[in-house]
Design a protein around this ligand. Structure first.
Ligand SMILES: O=c1[nH]cnc2c1ncn2[C@@H]1O[C@H](COP(=O)(O)OP(=O)(O)O)[C@@H](O)[C@H]1O
Ligand SMILES: [Ca+2]
Length: 471
């Protein structure tokens, strides 16, 4: 059998996601003016038309608002909710009776900010389906603007414009707009992070979307894992079958990394330290999930730790950071969290892979909680897991091969040995055997595998609870 953690690209699920089509509102508006050829007195004719138009506009607006509320209550209340396959759903068309709704989630990650515009449709008397996602990402992350907060607004505005273009005008007011920040802002001093969030809130408040007081926040690590778990289990269909099997998820960000799965073994629950288990209530079911986020163990933060640097601080007197994970002949600069470090390899007295693995093991020692059960659970892995493994297929094997090449040849990607060795050992620390097959994916059925979809579910659910606290 081949050694090394193996990856498979994601399997297809049966949901269909479609491009939104614009137009029901405009079509209806035109209809009204076409119906204006009645025989009426000269003055009464334009007056009547105006009154009719006004009543029609008021009716349509009211109808849209009611429809959105109905969606919220369904996500919360439907027992055994089925988010089934949908064949076709033109936007908001009354003709086929599908109601269409949107949600906008901003992911303020440590390496970039992204907007996810989700379109949902609900066929008559059925539960809603996710019909389309529009996604756009910008670099750098919000935390890069910590010392120039005003400048952060431009990127946020640019991504908001994507949402405006994607969502028809008459849906704007009822569409929730939310930003959640992860490791980049968690790692900033509290005051700087709050200033950035305040700026985003100003921009959001000036937008035409539905903006609550809680529209921007730093998400806690447990929720980040739970939300991503909801996303993969929703997209793979696992949430549809109560009591059925579920999949685990692994997310490797720039600043932090998350693991989440649904334990089936009592021993896992017993052996989990405080803070690793959390209850999730969704679709009238309660899940007791294992979810944890390791701050500082994202790929970029791990690089810094392996190099011996300190987060947010330039090296003392511009000192070079030397690492056994870089090619012995390598000298260069590496920028992380707005700080530029001088880095270089060191003379290798043994194999580069062995030396690098020893250093990485040191960094990981006693940092990660291991569970036996992960061996037997199907896991989806994304973000940097995907980016790294897409190139080499087998992480463990890839690390050995890349490190060996680096010993003798100049390498275009100087961090490849370090990154692959890190990921390989991180997975081992979690308890994955080297032969474990992980499902590696960037998208499942054209939807980005990230925590954003799960988080918008949660947010919509909480909006609904605020509306009807008794239920
Ligand atoms: O929605 C997404 N689609 C595709 N890749 C994503 C998405 N969100 C994050 N990533 C990937 O995650 C990695 C960086 O993580 P991020 O910037 O989110 O750090 P963090 O999660 O530690 O804050 C990159 O590989 C980036 O491409
Ligand atoms: Ca992330």
């Amino acid at each position: 059998m081949k050694k090394g953690i193996r990856y498979e690209t994601s399997r297809k699920t049966s949901y269909i996601f479609q491009q939104p089509q614009h137009g029901p509102w405009q079509t209806r508006m035109r209809k009204i003016s076409n119906h204006g050829s009645l025989r009426v007195a000269k003055v009464a004719y334009p007056l009547g038309l105006c009154v009719g138009l006004f009543i029609y506009v008021a009716y349509i607006k009211w109808h849209r608002a009611t429809a959105t509320q109905a969606f919220f209550s369904i996500t919360r209340a439907a027992p055994g909710t089925r988010w089934g396959q949908q064949a076709h759903s033109p936007q908001g068309t009354a003709a086929d009776g599908h109601e269409v709704f949107y949600g906008i989630m901003f992911d303020a990650g440590s390496t970039g900010t992204r907007v996810h515009v989700f379109q949902f449709a609900r066929p008559p008397r059925e539960t809603p389906t996710l019909t389309h996602e529009t996604f756009k990402a910008l670099k750098p992350g919000l935390s890069a603007y910590a010392d120039d907060v005003e400048k952060s607004a431009q990127g946020i505005q640019e991504l908001l414009d994507v949402a405006k273009q994607d969502i028809p005008f008459d849906f704007w007011k009822a569409t929730p707009l939310v930003l959640k920040a992860t490791a980049g802002l968690r790692l900033l001093p509290g005051e700087k992070a709050q200033k950035l969030l305040q700026k985003v809130k100003e921009v959001f408040k000036a937008s035409p979307f539905l903006v609550g007081d809680d529209c921007v926040s730093i998400m806690n690590g447990t929720d980040e894992g739970v939300s991503a778990w909801i996303t993969v289990n929703f997209l793979t269909g696992s949430l549809k079958t109560p009591g059925g099997s579920s999949v685990g998820m692994l997310d490797l960000g720039g600043g932090s990394t998350q693991i989440a799965f649904l334990p089936r073994v009592e021993g896992t629950l017993q052996a989990s330290p405080p803070g690793y288990l959390t209850a999730l209530r969704m679709f009238n079911r309660t899940y007791k999930l294992y979810s944890y986020s390791y701050l500082g163990l994202g790929l970029m933060s791990a690089r810094l730790a392996i190099l011996g640097g300190v987060e947010g601080q330039p090296a003392k007197d511009g000192k070079e950071l030397v690492s056994p994970c870089l090619s012995p002949s390598f000298k260069g600069e590496w920028e992380h969290a707005e700080v530029t470090y001088r880095v270089s390899g060191q003379k290798a007295v043994a194999s580069l892979h062995e030396l690098c693995a020893a250093r990485v093991s040191e960094v990981l020692r006693n940092r990660v909680h291991r569970t036996e059960e992960v061996k037997h659970v199907d896991f989806y892995a994304f973000s940097y897991y995907y980016d790294l493994a897409a190139g080499v297929g087998l992480i463990g094997k890839g690390a050995q091969m890349v490190c060996r090449t680096l010993e003798t040849q100049p390498q275009s990607s100087p961090f490849a040995c370090m990154d692959l060795t890190y990921v390989s050992l991180l997975l081992q620390e979690f308890g994955f055997p080297r032969s474990k097959v992980l499902k590696l994916t960037r998208k499942i059925d054209n939807v980005e595998t990230s925590w954003a979809l799960g988080a918008i579910f949660h947010y919509i659910d909480s909006l609904n609870r605020q509306k009807s606290p008794a239920s």
